[in-house]
Design a protein around this ligand. Sequence first.
Ligand code: FAD
Length: 389
Amino acid sequence: MTPVPDLLDFDELLSADERAMRDSVRGFVDARIRPHIAGWYDDAIFPTELVPELAELGLLGMHLNGYGCAGRSAVEYGLAAMELEAGDSGLRTFVSVQGSLAMSAIHKHGSEEQKQEWLPRMARGEVIGCFGLTEPNSGSDPSSMTTFARRDGDGWVINGAKRWIGLASIAQIAIIWAQTDDGIRGFIVPTDSEGFVATPIAPKLSMRASIQCDITLTDVRLPAEAQLPEARGLRAPFSCLNEARYGIGWGVIGAARDSYATALSYSLTRIQFNQPIASFQLTQQKLVDMAIEIEKAQLLALRLGRLKDAGSLAPHQISVAKLSNTRAAIAIAREARTILGGNGVSGDYSPLRHAANLESVRTYEGTDEIHTLVLGAHITGIPAFRNTL
Ligand code: FAD
């Protein structure tokens, strides 16, 4: 028995470098996350002490080129996300927010000076970034945001509020998306700016080993150089979200795999009716269904990764993986929990923690419904995001 379902010799589809990257992150998770995660989750602690170690492994902005970033392939980035999320979605989310959202925003839309100033320090984990798009009254429809940046001489003054912003209370910079007289623009806002306040959201029933905040911006004054010069309109934040969504398509498989492995191992040692519960056909059906779904999810993620590395990945294809793999992962985590019986609701076992985390994952970076509508629009040619109320 292996804790990783291996029905299809998936590893044969990976290069030696890809397997090595995967194995090094798996080793890190086993040594540094797995022994402590139940306690961090229970105590609602994000382990900031791991940030330098994640940087040392080259995981911060790992898919970006230059500026001290590791320049790894999309498949390697995906494999790393999968291994981190086998530890906990909160740790994978840290890497996604830092690398795919905050660093990507600067890498894609920033000036040369902004890239030089921030990216090397962010890759080293010395500067943490966050990404403020969602607002209290603007979630799935970010075009309705009301945070506003007005010109003030050469500079800007920003007023507004953001909600659910990962890492904001420990970040040194926030990428803030705001309306302007010329449409939506992005700004690099130092979090020690006067008028910037980040307050962690509590209590949370999901993603407890990570931080999300409310942000208020009250007359936050910024110099002209704070604006991301290449970011014009919603396409700019969406281009960053696509990077993170791609990583989620891989990451959730890790949570599913860890749930499956926990259930498999438990079922082989738990005795009821004088035999291991793994010997019951109903238990085997659950394990087989989980293993098959994990294999399918891996193949889907790898297909996307190869397309991304070839430069031909389309946004609707990212929606296929974000929607399908997250849906599969949450079903697997819940089913794994049933195999653990009453012990499945104890913090000593991971599946219910993963299932609770995956409630967030299915909601952020585009909900299940929004990705369904993206695909519906692609298939029919008819966008159904609004009706004619
Ligand atoms: P709403 O948009 O109000 O949606 C509520 C429900 O209505 C959902 O089921 C939704 O699918 C449904 N719905 C909405 N519109 C339609 C439609 N047209 N058709 C059918 N159904 C619809 N945001 C950031 O900017 N930065 C972050 O770092 C960040 N991190 C997050 C971390 C966590 C743990 C969580 C929970 C959220 C995070 N978010 C972040 C916010 C996240 O992106 C939003 O929660 C998400 O976009 C949904 O927005 P909402 O919560 O306002 O829900």
